[in-house]
Design a protein around this ligand. Sequence first.
Ligand SMILES: *Cc1c(COP(=O)(O)O)cnc(C)c1O
Length: 455
Amino acid sequence: MNEKPTISNLAAIDAAHHIHPFSDMKELNAKGTRIIERAEGRHIWDSTGKKYLDGFAGLWCVNVGYGRKSIADAAYRQMQELPYYNSFFGTTTPPAILLAQKIASHAGPHMNRVFFTNSGSEATDTWFRMARVYWKALGMPEKTLVIARRNGYHGSTVAGASLGGMKLMHEQGNLPIDGIHHIGQPYWYAEGGDLSPEEFGLQAARELEAKIDELGEDKVAAFVAEPIQGAGGVIIPPDTYWPEISRICKARNILLVSDEVICGFGRLGSWFGYQHYGFEPDLAPIAKGLSSGYLPIGGVLVSDRVADVMVNEVGDFFHGYTYSGHPVAAAAALENLRIIEDEGLVERIRDDIGPYFAKGWKSLEAHPVVGQADCVGLIGGLQLAADKATRRRYAKPDDIGSLVRNHCLENGLIMRATADRMLASPAFTITRGEVDEMVGTLSKALDHLAETVTE
Ligand SMILES: *Cc1c(COP(=O)(O)O)cnc(C)c1O
């Protein structure tokens, strides 16, 4: 007897019992969910047997690709030896220790410690508390405010959604919480006006300086930003932006927090996003690529500046998760990082597949509906435009991106859209042929947009 539920059974059960994240459930239940059943390399298969090239690495995370048996084996071995023990009360486990060391070995000389969490959102809550505890321990308990950016994304917990600059998230749950302020984003295409990207990058960075002056330097604890905004639409800042942000944080004595949840562990062709842009953050939340999504794990990189106070001055930091440094997740992450090291995947992005991807991605800029096609390493953002010459955007940006995304989906390519931007974030192991396929399928979807929508 075959007890396996049928596809329509599963969809009905899903509709009856499962509330999905970031989903309009009424709409989804009416049309039925897509059920992903298996994956290998850069491909996934849904329950109808349809095969897709995953241009998004799951959700920015399956960086070493699907089907890595050695990660499964590492988790299996660890689960048999010691499935769980905590890192509270003076204990910990070998994988947690070794993973902290491994991460620190790539993080730069000023960054030597890690606090483990299970997700990026928890990492956000962790550094948020840590930043305030840091200033309090230094005798500056008034330094509590945190500045973040509009259209940034830092997770979905109360602190995460508050720090994020997504209006629709703020409207649900009376957010942001007190003590959080937002400045603009370095989104030149939409907001740069007549300025050159370089001029606009400086102007956007100097909004931070103005905000610190407005709030008072003695009240501001930290500024947080993603090196490249991911969920906001892969917004790649002009080159002038990060050096100026870094200068301002130093001059005004506020902590600089680099949200490395997407950029960390190689995506930009450097181990961390801050290394690509050449600055040194004080705190850096990590997650996603740390385990390539094989198991949930995240953390916060803590610089020596902050660690010296947290470790030597604070005493007990009353913060932690039951599964902080979970040994099975840590063992999977260690194996994931071994793969990235041994296969030279960061170097591959920097020197080989990254430049190849850039050539294909940027070729799309010639398409009549594309305003700008930008990328760094293996992350790309493509701006759709109604009029290239004037940078005029489509009248209904939200419908435009999903139209292109759905066309890609029908043709076997997973892409993501944020309003009128198309987002790509493939696995580090993507082949040249698969890059060509991605660009080709996306190009056809752009033709479809040009044919069906005029404004
Ligand atoms: C995904 C993401 C988060 C949140 O991570 P979760 O694991 O989903 O909680 C935080 N910051 C950035 C930049 C992200 O992309």
